[in-house]
Design a protein around this ligand. Structure first.
Ligand SMILES: [Zn+2]
Length: 454
């Protein structure tokens, strides 16, 4: 909808080695001035509730008053590898870190963002084990657990705007706990009193922020919940904090467990070849074979979500979305051709100009118009003696199911080549056909009933 088109964030990583997956900073400035919130997700790679919430804040929220800065993928290589930390715990590296630490530059860059004079408040989103409780109740609910709590290092930062950490947190917790879903798993306040007691906590991101006189908060959703529930709690907390500091914002989904679940799956795409190939990332087959990538060039991709990455994996590439591994691309390498932007097609008999990268719904059949010098290959379709598949009317049943890009066998690749170079890809999507057939069957049943009634 409106929000998505405005907030579409494109990321371009040219190298695809893991170590090159730098974190990204997404800054949104509201039309009206207000405080600047910095939200960090993914400091540990195996806490998807936190980093998915941060990602949704960048892709699905629109700030009207105030500014929202989000780093949704601080430890991106560890997120991809589903590891807490490939090089140890990144949240213990914010005090003194030797320069030879593999994450040194990442930490320096993050510290610089935290200490930016514009930043008013800092949030670090985590998923914690069990349920924090100030008193020992049982193994899952006790003072050693971290889930379902808001953490502060001290009650106040005197003389600092929004320095009433405890009060802000208590109001937020009350707001979270007023939601029905929180009844059995209420949030708690945990004050680590870092300055006076803890030593380990002095190395955390939030304590570094506190030392820079920035009000900082840790949010912990419980690892006992599935990802979308954790994400839901994080967003409840962030919205409560944003309300309190006078920010105004909107989002394009409903803040319910179900609404969040859908938002996490919706509208994910990655494109290659300057947009001449575009994949919607749902329900993909585990491997896409003969995928046309560029010869002698780094693989470049554009994703519309900051948790998507394409990473080299032996002789293949893997598309990742946070902790999820979506599909392998088994490449076939081509020179790329840029002489054409799209193709003329007949879709169910109707002429249409179709841009490369588009997915086009087909009910019954399609045909790619002949064009001199260009060869069309419909992956999974073959006709004896026909190397160029333009000019042929093709129906779904003429294409072999297992060549579809989706698990349901409904979406197929139409590729165009110029001499031996790859020009672009269009996807034909037959999913609409299934829906259309249902009423037809119903009509047929009615028609049969009619004579019987007479
Ligand atoms: Zn954590």
């Amino acid at each position: 909808m409106m929000i998505r088109s405005i907030l579409l964030i494109t990321l371009l990583f040219s190298p695809v080695q893991l170590f090159a997956l730098d974190f990204t900073l997404h800054r949104q400035q509201g039309r009206q001035p207000g405080p600047t919130l910095l939200v960090v997700g993914g400091i540990q790679g195996d806490e998807p509730g936190g980093f998915n919430a941060a990602a949704l804040l960048t892709t699905r929220y629109r700030v009207e008053r105030g500014n929202l800065w989000v780093v949704p993928n601080l430890n991106f290589p560890s997120i991809i590898k589903r590891s807490r930390g490939l090089y140890g715990d990144l949240n213990r590296k914010f005090s003194n870190l030797p320069e030879n630490d593999p994450e040194y530059h990442q930490v320096v860059r993050m510290k610089k963002i935290i200490s930016d004079p514009q930043v008013d408040l800092v949030f670090n989103l985590h998923d914690g084990s069990g349920f924090y409780s100030p008193e020992f109740i049982n193994k899952q609910r006790n003072p050693q657990r971290w889930g379902q709590c808001c953490i502060i290092d001290q009650s106040n930062l005197p003389g600092v705007r929004f320095g009433n950490l405890e009060q802000l947190t208590r109001t937020t917790i009350a707001q979270i706990n007023a939601q029905t879903a929180a009844k059995n798993h209420p949030f708690q306040l945990k004050n680590t009193r870092t300055r006076w007691t803890e030593t380990e906590m002095r190395q955390t991101l939030t304590y570094y922020a506190v030392e820079q006189n920035k009000p900082a908060f840790g949010i912990e959703a419980s690892k006992s919940f599935p990802t979308h529930i954790r994400t839901y709690y994080h967003l409840l907390a962030m919205e409560a904090f944003m309300d309190q500091v006078g920010m105004r914002f909107s989002r394009d989904f409903e803040l319910t467990p179900q609404g969040v679940k859908q938002a996490l799956k919706k509208d994910l795409s990655v494109s290659f070849a300057d947009g001449r190939i575009k994949l919607q990332l749902n329900n993909l087959r585990p491997t896409l074979n003969y995928f046309p990538l560029q010869k002698n060039a780094a693989v470049e991709f554009i994703a519309n979500n900051p948790l998507i990455a394409v990473v080299a994996n032996r002789n293949r590439y893997r598309i990742h979305y946070g902790n999820n591994r979506l599909t392998f691309l088994k490449p076939q390498y081509f020179e790329y051709d840029q002489s054409l932007d799209g193709i003329e097609m007949l879709i169910d008999g109707v002429p249409q100009q179709v841009e490369f990268g588009a997915t086009i719904a087909v009910e019954h059949d399609f045909l790619v118009q002949r064009k001199k010098g260009y060869r069309v290959n419909v992956i999974g379709f073959s006709k004896r003696g026909q190397r160029n598949e333009s000019g042929l009317k093709i129906e779904e049943q003429q294409i072999v199911d297992r060549y579809s890009i989706d698990k349901s066998g409904k979406i197929f690749r139409v590729e165009v080549y110029h001499q031996k170079r790859f020009s672009g890809m269009v996807l034909v999507d037959f999913r609409a056909q299934t829906k259309k057939q249902e009423p037809l069957v119903a009509q047929a049943t009615l028609a049969r009933k009619k004579p019987a009634a007479q």
